[in-house]
Structures are given as structure tokens and as C-alpha cells.
Design a protein around this ligand. Structure first.
Ligand code: FE
Ligand code: FE
Ligand code: ZN
Length: 278
């Protein structure tokens, strides 16, 4: 089985997210550690976070997948942007200590003209300054669509970052199905080959979470526009094969599809139905 859930707003607090996901029928979820665009974050209330921790334990949730801000760019050509990103990363990982044993995913960054090599170096240097061997959080690099100067559009780029990270047992990858497809990996017709390639380049043991999205665009479009499950270019059959793929079992699957509550509940229901059949 897989754990299934969707991206939630943190506005009503942490405990509220857990309860909301239970009402949705899911058993994992994602949230932005701070305003995804503005970069601000409200202070955590210890009682609220503790209530979430006991809820997920009681309900048998899988690992939760926090998402770093979109504005965080550890490899921008602008020093101010890099420093801002660094500060966000540092604070986010500090807060994640209150929810031990979970995952923190972020977009590696965009080199904004400096070149891939420089981007990879800046990202890994930032990670090495912040990550500690005793931290209770796994840091995940997200597979990207390769839009503009984005780093992480290929498994090889992620591997290069991982190679330079010192805390090897705290670093992993979150595979976004829309992004890898947009990045040129044909997970619709060749899921086995793509996952084999992931294993050869990065190692499947580093794969800790999946962002489960359909795509508005074609294979290799490098666009990054998510679509509702089954309504995009991946299609329902391919999504089902991915959800039931043997090497992905046990992972948290997060929906980041363009939906309101109703739509998420329906997608969660469909995925649970596949699992019951399968
Ligand atoms: Fe993301
Ligand atoms: Fe994603
Ligand atoms: Zn995306």
C-alpha cells in the first residue's frame, strides 16, 4: 500500500490539518512551512503541533511531507536571494524538529544564468551548512520539470547534489510525476524503465515521497503545469499503474492537483479504490 493525501493550508493550525486529512480519507499530507510566495511564517504553537503528532500516530498516518517556500532559491545569482533562502531553510529545519521523523521537500533552485555546475555547488554548500547528522528530518530534493534555469530537471543533477551532501543518511528525493513527465521521462509508457533509471542514477532507497499529479503538457515540455488526476497528458490508466507500482509501495503520495476539497476527496477515494482492487 501507499499513503495518500494532498497539500493543505496551514492557516487553521497543525492539528486541524491532521483532522481535515482524516475527514478527506487520507493518511498523509503536505503543507507550506511558510507563505509560499511571501516567505513569512507564523510561530508554531507547541500544544497544536503535539496534538497533530498524536493524531497521526493514532490514525496510522505515513510520513508527512512539508514543502519549502517557492521563493527559496539557494543558488540564485543574487546574493540577497540566496541568503534569504538560506535563512528560510535554516528556520524551516529548526521548526521541523518539533515534528520529528517527517520529511521536508524543496525545489533545489534555479541558477539564474550562472550555469548548472555553479547551481549544484551553491545548493550543496547551503545544505552542508544547515544539515546536521542528528536532525530528525529527512531533506528531500524535488525532481523538477527543468523550466528555465531550474536545477533538478534530470536525475543526474539530483545525484550530483546528493554526492556533495555530507549528511548522506538525511538526504533523499521526492518524485513529482508531473515534473518528471514534463522533464522528458516517459512514466506513462515506460514506468519500469524510468524507475530503473532512477535506481541506476540515484538509488531507489533515496526515494522517500511522490507528488502525484497529472500534467497539462506533453512529455518533455519543461512547463510544470499540474492537472487533475486522469484529466491531463498522463491519464488515469498511467496514474493507476504508478500508484500500484511495486517499487513505490510504502511511500507517501501527495496530490498537488488543481482542486478544491471535493476534488481532493474524490481523488483520494479513487486511489484507495485502486488499492483495494489491486
Ligand atoms: Fe514542489
Ligand atoms: Fe511537486
Ligand atoms: Zn509543479
Amino acid at each position: 500500500m501507499i499513503y495518500i493525501g494532498c497539500h493543505l493550508s496551514v492557516t487553521a493550525g497543525y492539528k486541524a490539518m491532521g483532522e481535515r486529512m482524516s475527514r478527506f480519507g487520507g493518511n498523509t499530507f503536505a503543507w507550506f512551512t511558510r507563505n509560499p510566495r511571501g516567505g513569512k511564517s507564523k510561530p508554531l504553537i507547541p500544544e497544536d503541533v503535539e496534538a497533530l503528532c498524536s493524531h497521526v500516530k493514532k490514525e496510522g498516518f505515513g510520513p508527512l511531507v512539508a514543502h519549502g517556500s517557492y521563493t527559496m532559491n539557494l543558488c540564485s545569482a543574487k546574493e540577497e536571494t540566496r541568503l534569504n533562502g538560506f535563512e528560510m531553510l535554516q528556520k524551516d529545519l529548526q521548526r521541523m524538529k518539533m515534528i520529528p521523523g517527517n520529511l521536508y521537500n524543496f525545489h533545489p533552485g534555479a541558477h539564474t544564468g550562472q550555469g548548472t555546475e555553479a547551481g549544484i555547488r551553491l545548493i550543496s554548500e547551503a545544505l552542508n551548512q544547515v544539515m546536521k547528522p542528528d536532525m530528525p528530518t529527512m531533506v528531500l530534493l524535488e525532481t523538477m520539470a527543468g523550466k528555465g534555469s531550474e536545477i533538478g530537471g534530470s536525475f543526474e543533477e539530483l545525484r550530483e547534489i546528493i554526492d556533495r551532501v555530507e549528511c548522506k543518511d538525511r538526504i533523499g528525493v521526492c518524485l513529482d510525476t508531473c515534473h518528471v513527465w514534463d522533464g522528458g521521462y516517459d512514466i506513462v509508457h515506460r514506468p519500469d524503465e524510468v524507475l530503473q533509471h532512477f535506481d541506476d542514477v540515484i538509488g531507489l532507497s533515496r526515494l522517500k515521497a511522490v507528488h502525484f499529479n497529472d500534467s497539462k503538457n506533453d512529455l518533455g515540455s519543461h512547463k510544470d503545469r499540474h492537472e487533475k488526476l486522469g484529466q491531463g497528458s498522463l491519464g488515469m490508466e498511467a496514474m493507476k499503474r504508478i500508484a500500484l507500482h511495486p517499487v513505490l509501495q510504502g511511500l507517501p503520495f501527495i496530490l498537488e492537483t488543481p482542486n478544491e476539497d471535493e476534488g481532493y476527496m474524490e481523488e483520494i477515494r479513487i486511489i484507495k479504490e485502486w488499492q483495494e482492487e489491486g
